[in-house]
Design a binder for this molecule. Sequence first.
Ligand SMILES: *Cc1c(COP(=O)(O)O)cnc(C)c1O
Length: 437
Amino acid sequence: MFISTRDKNRRVNFTQAVFEGLAPDGGLYHFEKMPDFSKIIDGFSSSQSFAEIASVMTENLFPDLFSSEKAAEISKKAFPFSPELTWMEDDVACLELYHGPSCAFKDFGASFLATVMEEFLAEKEQRAVILTATSGDTGSAVAQAFYNKKNIDVVILYPSNRVSPLQEKQLTTLGCNIHALEIKGSFDDCQRMVKEAFIDRQLKKKYCLTSANSINLGRLIPQTFYYIWAWIQLKKKAEKIVFCVPSGNFGNLTAGLYADFWGMRTDFFIAATNINDVVPEYLISGKFTPRNSSKTCSNAMDVGNPSNFERMLSLFDSSHEKMKQKIHQEVVTDAETLKVIQDFYKLTGRFIDPHTAVGYKAIKNYKSENPDYKGTIINISTAHPGKFPEIVNKAAGRNVELPVQLKKLLDLEKKSTVIDNNLADLAGFLKKTFPEL
Ligand SMILES: *Cc1c(COP(=O)(O)O)cnc(C)c1O
């Protein structure tokens, strides 16, 4: 069972947690009691595929919900793509999580969530409309994941003229059950409209409005699978394993901590941030001071009030001391980020994206502060460098190639509906688009 971070008497099962997203008390759902999977994790072999690992974990996490056949079917459907492990230095590996449809790690969580939601809705013979606001990057993982899913429509709100041309293509070219709404306004307007729609009980009920936010437990849990997969690949070679996680909302790092609490033995984690360093500051001082975010070149990590911090606190019984023992922190500036992209390109001829570069610089810092440390550090590579060509090209001095998934989109036609930034227009769109509901 799962409980809210703000009220442990609010117990729900996984299905409820998935459809509610945020708990009604404003808290986040997390494990009531951490399961022990150490035997299962130790029993995996490096020849098993990612989908196989995901299947065994799914079956053991949700024995009341999924038989082993069902878990295998879900994992196969959700993960036609897989992580890949490469090397950056002798003792620094790179866990590439960008081989999915939107070329970023969010594909893992979004695809699993979409697959289980489709499954649950089919059982209940229900429909749902996912309503989501995006400033450009996160919406594409959701759009790709839910494309063609039965009994689910997705309505994506994005600010008109404020996302990059490539991002807009990712949101507007799928069609079918993915509806792109161009809002005359800012990203904040989009977010406000989504919030207002959820508060409007009539609307929420009529269209079975549901969210697919990154705080959803159905997105968080599958992110544990790639940590476990990577750990299995390296456990024979490496005595100690460290994960370095470029972080914004800290969902990715929280997933790594989950896997560790379940019995995947890691030495520690490195939390790498850009100058939006609320969590590193807490790790140093014990004080958590949320504030407005600052714009950086690793903008998927521009978060001033990381929502998953509540889950991290719960894991460590709100003890600063305990959290500090498991998580080391590093803060990286934009200038350092660009420099490390440039240096790595010069040395190896390979491109890394700005988020991955923050992680890599953090590792370099850690190693120079701790020259005697003997362990293998795995840098979590969160996005394909071709997703951020403007920054990467400038830093490296050479043009990065677009990944095939994105290249394909360039010739497709944009389809979107433009509306004003108010709830009445959103309600009007829903009525016209879903007249049968
Ligand atoms: C979302 C995102 C991050 C930050 O992940 P969190 O789970 O929010 O900490 C890092 N890099 C990229 C490319 C992202 O899209």
